[in-house]
Design a protein around this ligand. Sequence first.
Ligand code: SF4
Length: 373
Amino acid sequence: EKSYKLDPWASAVKLEYDKLFRYFGIKPFQELLPRVSQVFGEPLHLMNRGVIFGHRDYETILDAYKSGERIALVTGFMPSGKFHFGHKMVADQIIYYQKLGFEVFIVIADAEAYAVRKLDRKKVIEIGLYEYVANLIALGLEKNKHTHIYFQTNYEKPYYRLIQMFSRKITMAEMEAIYGDLEPGKVVAALTQAADILHPQLEYFGGFKYVLVPVGADQDPHIRFTRDIADRFENELGLRRPASTYHRFQTGLDGNKMSSSRPDYTIFLTDPVDVAVRKLKRALTGGRATVEEQRRLGGIPEKCTIYEFYVYHLLRDDRELVRIYNECKQGSLLCGPDKQYAAELLAKFLEEHQKRLEKARDRVLEYVEPPEF
Ligand code: SF4
C-alpha cells in the first residue's frame, strides 16, 4: 500500500546524474530501496523520491545495522549564511538516522569558514550557534550521549592529532587534482574534513564504528580523498572507508541555485511567514503560458519549483504527491490555486517551526561549546 513509485521524478534525476554513475563509480540508490525498507523500516521520503539518488558502500551500512553494529552519521555545515530549506533537507536526513539509533557527529566548519572563505570569526560562531544549531534543534535533533556537535576550532585533542598525522601520507599532486590551486588554508581545510569524517572510529571517540556521510554530488571529491586516507591509515589506526550517499539539491525559486547569497529565490527558515509566502508565490512553475493551454496540455511538474518544494518538504504523504503530479499533468490543476495550497502548507510549517526555534535558541549551549575567539 505504501509503495507509490514516483517514476517521473526519479527518471528526471537519473538523466542528470548518469555521468556520476558511469564515470565515478557512484551507484544508484534506488536499487537499495527494498533492502532499506527491510532493514530500517520506512525509508525517508527523500530516498524513495529520488532526491537521495546515489551511494558508495551503503550496503555495508545496511549490513552493519542489521547485525547490530555501531554506525556514525557524520555531516557538516558551513556557517556562512542563514539556514534555508536546502539545509533542512540535510537536517531531515540527520534526524532520520538519529531516530534509527545512529551516533551523530555534526561539524560546524568554522575553521574552513575563516581560513578559506575569509569570513569574520565572531559572525561565523554566531551563525553556527543561532542559525545552524538552533534550527537543527527546532527540527527535532535530540540531545543524547550519542550526539556530538562541535566547532572545528574547539574539539578534542585526538581529532587534531589525526589532522597532523594525515598530512604525512598525501601528496600535493593528489590534493591539486581535487582542489585546483592550493593555499595553506585549503590544505588544512581538506585534512580537517578528512578528520571530521574519520575521527569517530578512534578509540578515544568510542572505538570503531561504520561511518556514513550524506553529501551533495559536488562533494564527492572530498569523499574519495577521505577514502584514500582511510586506506592508508587502516593498519596504523584501524580506519576504514566511510560510506556515502548523494543528494540532489533543491533549486532556487527561479530555477537556478538555491543559496543564502540569493535571498529572493531562497526561503530561510527564519523568514517571516508573509515574506516566505511572497517569495513562494513568485516562484517559477512548470505551468503553461495561458490557462487554456494548461487545461489542454497539462503542466510540467518536473520543471516546477513548487512541485519540487512538495517533493522535498511540504508533502510527506506520497499519495497526496502523486495526486498533485497527476492532476498537474492532466491539466485539471492550475498554478494559481496550487501555489495557494503550497503557500498554506509552507505558512503552517514555518509558524510551528518558528515557535520551536524561539525555545531552541535558549538551548544551543546545551548542545555545543563555542570557541572563545
Ligand atoms: Fe507546478 Fe502546481 Fe503549476 Fe503543476 S499546477 S506546474 S505542480 S504550480
